[in-house]
Design a protein around this ligand. Sequence first.
Ligand SMILES: Nc1ncnc2c1ncn2[C@@H]1O[C@H](COP(=O)(O)OP(=O)(O)OP(=O)(O)O)[C@@H](O)[C@H]1O
Ligand SMILES: [Mg+2]
Length: 396
Amino acid sequence: MLQTVAIRGYRSLREVILPLRRLTVITGANGTGKSSVYRALRLLADCGRGEVIGSLAREGGVQSVLWAGPEQPSGARRTGKVEGTVRGRPVSLELGFASDDFGYLVDLGLPQMAGHNSLFGLDPEIKQEAVFVGPVQRAGSTLVRRTREFAEASSESGRGFDELTRSLPAYRSVLAEYAHPGAHPELAAVRDRLRGWRFYDGFRVDADAPARRPQVGTRTPVLSDDGSDLAAAIQTIIEAGFDDLQRSVADAFDGATVSVAVHDGLFDVQLQQRGMLRPLRSAELSDGTLRFLLWAAALLSPQPPSLMVLNEPETSLHPDLVRPLATLIRTAAAQTQVVVVTHSRAMLEFLDTAPLAEAVEGDGDAVEVGLYKDFGETKVVGLGLLTTPPWEWGKR
Ligand SMILES: Nc1ncnc2c1ncn2[C@@H]1O[C@H](COP(=O)(O)OP(=O)(O)OP(=O)(O)O)[C@@H](O)[C@H]1O
Ligand SMILES: [Mg+2]
């Protein structure tokens, strides 16, 4: 289970160290940084997929996603005037996590090595990476570390480090390059963990949405991000014998039942509703109905991913569906770890979370993380010096 997520220098997240529980619900007013937390988690997962440079470039490069305020905002807080100060450390975007077993930290910075005349002069570069055991990175807990092109792994004897390479390209993650289960099982474990995280950020439900097109179905334990394999995912849940799905659909749509029809080898979802002579096909379902089925298929996965991150799942659902949706989220959180970003008060209530300040003491498994803005910077309600989880940022 993921214990801590740390983000430094990403948009309004100047420095945020978040404790995570089985179910973590991130809330806050507009513009407080909820979506930024969601996107930072996605970037972290992209490190495991070897796609982080591309994702950052699509966001406009490191330059444009970096925290735009002063490095140390204490002066501005004191005087009320924002002024640039002399930088104490390099410009960087740092992302990391710590879990029950391994942790990972990556430091992305401005390009320096693109070479003269290169058109890739704006590509961010990976400056530092570390894989470690335990809650924080220390010399003694580091398994693999990378500084620019140089990477080394702690030696088998437990004393010192053995060189892995002196020529790791700045755009390649050490996870992508050296994660062979035989040679570096810990790197492979971290990479596979990151690759397994699933992000659901609303689903397309328009007339041409992938979820409305009948598709060849194969066993699908985890719904894809765009929901295109909805029918296969639903059939997988039905065949796994999970009755949560029928219960949830009946609860949400007045006794309706969901099933999958196969025509010419193509799978299609259908919903038998009260008062209808025949079931309605996915192309005929209302947007909200289809969206709810997509959330149900994602959340009731028979083999859930190690982490599910949901961005504003209640968006464009009728308020009556918020309770059944919250029930689905709780069911999922009983199986795996879930992070939900939400605006909805009702959703928070149905999820039955405890505010962070109370949960830090006890060991509540569903926690509400409230965000607020302070001088442009995202802060976490109830998280002070003593209650912030331990975290070590690396040094370049
Ligand atoms: N480079 C940057 N430096 C500092 N702040 C930034 C930067 N880029 C964006 N912001 C600010 O970050 C804030 C967080 O935006 P974000 O989209 O995460 O908010 P949100 O909580 O998801 O809001 P909403 O509820 O409206 O979706 C915005 O107020 C934006 O002005
Ligand atoms: Mg948002």
